[in-house]
Design a protein around this ligand. Structure first.
Ligand code: MLT
Length: 270
């Protein structure tokens, strides 16, 4: 039988490093496994944290209606729960980028820098909103597997989808582990998210934007528009990658993050 916890008991733990915290927020309908190559390679240069957003991966689904505010609040709660006290480097992939914008809107004092991966600042168009409703309806009717079939071919570059069977299976597993509530709730949250374009001029922290050249979901032009509207941003395009450049070209992606984190560290050290 387990003994009750002793308040004086000291629990030892290891932490990857005492430097900057890198918070990696995955896109829809994935989970923190999206960031496996980054967790492996960057743990020596930053404290890397990657939550499963609610309803995805191993996280609870919760009872409340999903919103970007709720998901941004979950991310802050995680930082606080693990004792982070300094502003973090916020890295959002696609829907995770929408969460990152909301996080900045609500908690700018927590953001030291941002990495925006395959994401956009604009809200959904009328047509996009109808598409969300159709996908949610399909998920309710036919279940999560129907979403896998819809999403998978569009997430990777056509070449990677055709030829990289291991990667396709890896992404499939992630989507299959999302709950129906996670999928439907996130679709609603994305549909109702705020327009972040007016926010861009105010975000004065250093920003790295990364985009796969063959992204079928969010075109490169949206990344260019964000770069032009942000006061302190650079854009890196990755060839041979679609919507998941960090998985499709992990070496190149990690090198970009490595250099960006290094430049932040140099800036901090003056
Ligand atoms: C994502 O990858 O997170 C989503 O596809 C983004 C979106 O649908 O707007």
């Amino acid at each position: 039988m387990a003994e009750p916890h002793d308040q004086d008991f000291m629990l030892a733990y290891q932490d990857s490093c005492a430097g900057l915290t890198l918070l990696l927020i995955h896109g829809f309908p994935l989970n923190s496994n999206l960031w496996e190559p980054q967790m492996d390679d960057l743990r020596d240069v930053a404290r890397v944290l990657a939550p499963d957003l609610r309803g995805h991966g191993l996280s609870d689904q919760g009872d409340e209606p999903y919103t970007m505010q709720l998901m941004a609040g979950d991310c802050l709660a995680l930082l606080q729960a693990v004792g982070v006290q300094e502003p973090v480097v916020l890295c959002g992939h696609s829907m995770g980028g929408y969460v990152a914008f909301e996080f900045y809107r609500r908690y700018p004092e927590w953001v030291a820098a941002m990495i925006l991966v395959a994401t956009r600042a604009a809200p959904d168009s009328a047509e996009g909103r109808q598409g969300r409703d159709r996908m949610a309806q399909r998920a309710r009717q036919d279940g999560v597997p129907a979403i896998v079939d819809d999403m998978l071919p569009r997430l990777l570059s056509p070449d990677n989808y055709e030829n990289d069977h291991e990667l396709v299976a890896y992404v499939r597993d992630m989507i299959e582990s999302a709950s129906l509530n996670g999928i439907v709730g996130s679709l609603q949250a994305m549909k109702e998210r705020a327009d972040s374009r007016p926010l861009l001029a105010e975000i004065d922290v250093p920003i790295l934007i990364i985009c796969g050249e063959d992204d079928q979901l969010i075109p490169v032009s949206e990344a260019e528009e964000m770069r032009d509207a942000l006061p302190n941003a650079e854009l890196a395009l990755i060839s041979g990658a679609g919507h998941l450049p960090n998985l499709e070209q992990p070496l190149e992606f990690n090198e970009l993050l490595w250099d960006f984190l290094e430049s932040l560290r140099e800036e901090e050290e003056g």
